[in-house]
Design a protein around this ligand. Structure first.
Ligand SMILES: C[S@@+](CC[C@H](N)C(=O)[O-])C[C@H]1O[C@@H](n2cnc3c(N)ncnc32)[C@H](O)[C@@H]1O
Length: 251
């Protein structure tokens, strides 16, 4: 019998509703950020070394800390893909220890995100230092066994078909390549809190830890495999009993 806390597939219409919510959220966030010439001030402060080069962070610094600063990654990586990369990306925080030969930033909303000012996405794009892809992960157009590093952090609760996404993610990772996944987890109790909450519309998919086992247990050699408890997850654990942090090499 299907577990009540698992919703791993929704209709196209439900997914589009979530994506509209997501787009509105980030466009509004950027609008507020750039009010009163704040981008100009940021540029000056950044030149003086007082703030970072890029503006905006969606818990990416926090994820980096949880993933031990991505210290397990090699210094040079040939083909890199971040899916559901969002406006700010997680790969940008790997570049203090890794060099990428080729980078693909993939997100169905990438055409919106690339217009945001002072971000890693817009700078990489302007410098022709990355390729952008706007397919949903369910329709990822890349060849199998192609990427040496694939990153998917805080994405799977936003998609239409979580199984199809996992299949594509694993398919495009080359044997020996690294896969990094970070994901909030939901149980029955969380589902009740989630229902009717402000964020419900933007998070159509709910998964628990066991849901990942058939994908990760056999197919990957773990290099980091952590479970964070409710007390340890970001945002105080109101909606999530735990969190999966997985990095492994494809067998
Ligand atoms: C909460 S944001 C996280 C962004 C980024 N991963 C981060 O950690 O900063 C979730 C992202 O997933 C993207 N997304 C939603 N459905 C998707 C799908 N089917 N395939 C790939 N990405 C998707 C959204 O457009 C959004 O940018």
């Amino acid at each position: 019998m299907a577990k009540p806390n698992i919703s791993d597939q929704v209709t196209r219409e439900r997914w589009e509703q979530a994506q509209n919510w997501e787009r509105d959220f980030w466009v509004e966030t950027q609008r507020k950020r750039s009010k009163y010439g704040k981008n100009l001030i940021w540029k000056v402060l950044s030149k003086l070394g007082m703030v970072s080069r890029y503006r905006g962070d969606d818990w990416n610094e926090w994820w980096k800390e949880q993933f031990d600063g991505y210290r397990f990654l090699p210094e040079r990586i040939h083909n890199v893909l971040e899916v559901g990369c969002g406006p700010y990306t997680n790969v940008r925080l790997m570049l203090d220890r890794c060099r990428f030969d080729h980078l693909v930033l993939s997100d169905p909303l990438i055409r919106t995100y690339v217009k945001f000012k002072l971000t890693f996405v817009s700078e990489m794009y302007q410098q022709a230092a990355c390729a952008l892809d706007d397919h949903p992960l369910e329709e990822l157009p890349f060849a199998s066994d192609n990427f040496d590093l694939v990153v998917m952090i805080n994405v799977l609760d936003h998609v239409q078909d979580a199984h199809q996404c996992m299949k594509n993610l694993i398919r495009v990772t080359r044997p020996g390549g690294y896969l990094i996944i970070g994901q909030d987890l939901t149980n029955e109790e969380d589902l009740k809190a989630h229902h009717g909450s402000e964020g419900e519309v933007g998070h159509p998919i709910t998964l628990d830890k066991e849901w990942f086992d058939p994908y990760l247990k056999e197919g990957f050699e773990p290099v980091l495999n952590k479970f964070l408890t409710r007390e340890q997850v970001r945002g105080g654990g109101k909606f999530h009993y735990g969190m999966l942090l997985f990095a492994g090499r494809k067998r």
